[in-house]
Design a protein around this ligand. Structure first.
Ligand SMILES: C[S@@+](CC[C@H](N)C(=O)[O-])C[C@H]1O[C@@H](n2cnc3c(N)ncnc32)[C@H](O)[C@@H]1O
Length: 787
């Protein structure tokens, strides 16, 4: 059933009505239409990719380009740390699961006399769609206004799979370059074709893909309930919705339970969560490692805390720094032969990028794409990569990734890092052998540096411009004319060497490009670098920028910064190396869709710190819950505020904290909530702290008091009855056992599921102390509830 009726789309901002090249208009049939076309963008990638990938089959370029315009399918990963996750997994393994789910729901509604008639259904859908559309238009107008004010940042949404405002249609691809609105309903026949498929390259059957996109799931009345099911699982941390390609970097880092990993540009945290999942899957409660998740944007760092806390990780440390300037910490306990500096075992540099591989998620690329963004970001990306390599231990690995397909942000950055690093100190690992089921393209050994001459050529069919009119190509850095404004951000570091000398030497083909049409994903770039020895960074002057007098500039810089000319192993870039413009482009990338950023009103950073729990409080907790076997120093409190929460951290997190002797790192959060100062003051409560559900599975094995072992049935009873009166409890023996413990926090441990429930025991009742989200997860996993 297609969408009918030509309601008007409202545009509040005049700029929405016809920007050069990006017009929305009312089509002949009354549908609003939207251009998915940018001839310069297309010409640029023909130039960059055709010879390497499509020479034999030039028509494949069209497949690739058309796929860039399609919405992404829904993908999610099951969090293996969630006890009894297999119930959810078993559902997915049933090929007819979606069909059965919908039939079940329909039956339920019919029984309740609530099943909508077809007419009602359509009316409702259209009403909702109009409302949503109006909201989208407003959002867009606001975004436009921001751009006009020079913020350069659009509205962004919260999680990895939340897509930026997308208004594209369903089936016009290939015919012309406009799209109409989605179909909002599925016929029974179409529902029958819906499937959830396992993604083979990901271990343990944890990643699944639905063969429709998220808008379809959300907007189809019949599928809405199914979308809610997925949403409930996501909100509770049972699954994480994350784009498929974005799951590759953590997998490639080969995480070990004792690793201390630096995630340099981490918000909103989908890869951080995945790193922690991989770490705890191997190490269980004995996990000692940590993931230090950093983001330059404080608000986004807080958002990350919120997102990653869904999986309750004691090994999480959230910090807030510009990655390229991250300080070198001292490690007094270091057993490295070379020095006493603190080094990370592995570093993930998922750098800020133009995001032009993420057009399937960020359709505004079709309006905004230009060559300048990549050029502006290149120096920042290079500086972050160099810092990543410096901070990584000898024998450790750095994973560089972007969701851009622009060689200036990808191969050019890697090549320049190798040019600057001392020979043999780093090497590119061939990642193509790691996932035989994944189709990855080899990194480019040559590319073209060029600038677009205009933003967008417009959609005027009469214009007869050609690629040559749109792209100004630079053969080499030296040939750039002095006052060429288009080359303002072009640098010598962006050029490959003649005859691919350097790229062949460093084996750039070991890096990987993911193209969207190869396996229905976004575009992505990955490079895994091993650090073989300490690196002597040779900086032959700052990278030269074109469009100015380079020689003069270089000479002046050499005079001003003589130290930078020397060979240095602790490389920190000079701020002047990075164009100021890079800052405003920082959040354009695909993975990081979060709350709107407003640079203007940034609040001053309040430096947080974490210290070991005070002795008196520790003794109170230890005695009350009978805790043995975990060191006091792994329980920390923050130094600002009321210290209401005691957090559990890992040894790795503690080590990182201890190495920041001078307190130079801006910490946002650490570990997971273990105990909370209780508000209850009534009689009989011995302990001032109640247990938190967040870390109960990590602490329960070390608890000998106030822990009751329950059967599967009793466990389910409490999941079903959040506030259970003693008189309602079916198991008399259990009731007596609970009553004997007296009032206060207790846990119910179910050995069958190896799971625990935190409860508050009152005089005559037991209340389950878990959030709404976790309750939903328990209902899915233990009561097998679908809705
Ligand atoms: C590609 S996104 C990271 C996505 C993230 N790794 C994930 O998987 O959810 C890049 C992030 O880098 C941050 N960023 C930009 N410039 C930075 C800098 N100089 N230092 C640290 N983080 C930076 C942005 O705020 C953004 O959150």
């Amino acid at each position: 059933m297609g969408r009918k009726g030509g309601h008007k789309r409202r545009f509040k901002n005049k700029n929405n009505q016809g920007q050069d090249g990006y017009k929305k208009f009312k089509g002949d049939d009354g549908y609003n239409e939207w251009y998915y076309d940018h001839p310069i963008f297309e010409a640029y990638y023909k130039l960059q990719l055709e010879e390497a990938y499509f020479k034999e089959k030039p028509e494949e370029f069209t497949l690739f380009w058309n796929m860039m315009k399609e919405k992404l399918p829904v993908v999610f990963r099951i969090n293996k740390l969630t006890p009894n996750y297999q119930v959810f997994l078993d559902n997915l393994k049933d090929k007819d699961f979606i069909k059965k789910f919908i039939e079940e729901k329909r039956k339920q509604l019919e029984q309740q006399g609530k099943a909508p008639t077809e007419g009602q259904q359509q009316k409702e859908q259209e009403g909702e769609a109009i409302e949503e559309e109006e909201q989208e238009a407003e959002k867009e107008a606001e975004e436009q206004q921001n751009e006009d004010e020079g913020n350069g940042e659009g509205e962004e949404e919260e999680d990895d799979e939340d897509e930026a405002d997308q208004k594209e249609g369903d089936d016009k691809k290939g015919e012309n370059n406009t799209k109409t609105f989605e179909k909002f309903e599925f016929s029974q026949e179409e529902i029958d074709t819906l499937q959830i498929n396992n993604i083979k390259f990901y271990p343990d059957e944890l990643v699944w893909q639905i063969n429709c996109n998220r808008t379809q799931l959300k907007k189809s009345q019949l599928l809405k309930e199914f979308h809610k099911y997925i949403q409930r699982a996501n909100d509770s941390g049972l699954i994480s919705r994350q784009e498929l390609v974005s799951m590759l970097p953590p997998l490639l880092l080969d995480v070990k339970p004792d690793d201390i990993i630096f995630d340099m540009c981490a918000a909103p945290g989908s890869k951080t969560a995945q790193l922690l999942e991989l770490m705890y899957t191997q190490g269980g409660i004995n996990t000692k490692g940590a993931v230090v998740a950093n983001d330059v944007d404080q608000k986004r760092a807080y958002l990350l805390t919120h997102q990653v806390c869904r999986i309750n990780p004691s090994g999480l440390v959230v910090i807030n720094h510009p990655a390229q300037f991250f300080p070198t910490l001292q490690d007094p306990t270091s057993n490295q032969a070379y020095d006493q500096k603190f080094y990370f075992d592995k570093v993930q540099a998922d750098v800020p990028c133009s995001g032009d591989g993420a057009t399937r998620k960020i359709p505004t690329q079709w309006r905004n794409w230009n060559t300048r963004d990549g050029q502006v970001l290149h120096p920042l990306q290079l500086a972050i990569l160099q810092r990543a390599l410096t901070l990584c231990k000898v024998g450790g690995y750095v994973l560089y990734s972007t969701c851009s397909i622009n060689p200036i942000e990808d191969e050019a950055v890697i090549t320049e890092a190798f040019r600057r690093a001392s020979q043999g100190s780093i090497e590119l690992i061939d990642i193509h052998t790691k996932f035989p089921e994944l189709k990855g393209r080899r990194g480019l050994s040559k590319w073209t540096v060029c600038s677009s001459t205009k933003k967008h050529p417009g959609h005027d069919q009469e214009k007869k411009e050609t690629v040559a009119d749109w792209l100004k190509i630079y053969d080499n850095f030296e040939s750039i004319e002095k006052n060429d404004k288009l080359a303002q951000f072009v640098r010598d570091s962006m050029f490959p060497e003649p005859e691919d000398k350097m790229t062949n030497e460093i084996k750039i083909q070991n890096t990987m490009r993911i193209l969207p049409h190869d396996q229905d994903t976004g575009g992505f770039y990955l490079a895994l670098i091993k650090k073989n020895s300490l690196i002597n960074w040779s900086k032959k002057g700052l990278p030269k920028t074109a469009g100015s007098n380079n020689e003069e500039q270089s000479a002046q810089q050499q005079q001003e910064q003589p130290a930078q000319q020397q060979v240095v192993d602790d490389y920190i870039p000079d701020a002047s190396e990075i164009p100021k413009e890079a800052e405003s482009l920082q959040n354009v990338e695909g993975d990081a869709q979060d709350g709107k950023k407003n640079n203007k009103n940034k609040e001053p950073v309040q430096k947080e710190n974490f210290v070991t729990i005070p002795e008196e409080d520790w003794q109170n907790i230890k005695e009350n819950y009978g805790i043995e076997g975990i060191d006091q120093s792994l329980f920390v409190v923050n130094t600002i505020g009321k210290q209401k929460v005691v957090r559990l951290i890992t040894e790795g997190a503690k080590k990182f904290n201890d190495c920041d002797v001078k307190g130079v790192v801006n910490k946002v959060n650490m570990g997971t909530k273990a105990f909370e100062r209780s508000r209850e003051t009534f009689q009989g409560i011995q302990c001032r702290f109640r247990i938190c559900q967040d870390s109960v599975n990590l602490i329960a094995p070390y608890m000998s008091k106030r822990k009751i072992v329950v059967s599967e049935d009793d466990f389910k009873f409490f999941v079903q009855n959040k506030n259970a009166k003693y008189t309602e409890m079916p198991n008399q023996k259990l009731k007596e056992e609970i009553a004997q413990l007296g009032q206060g926090s207790i846990i119910l441990h179910c050995p069958t599921y190896n799971d625990n429930l935190v409860c508050q025991n009152f005089h005559q009742s037991v209340n389950i102390m878990i959030s709404k989200e976790i309750t939903e997860s328990f209902k899915i996993r233990y009561l097998k509830q679908l809705f």
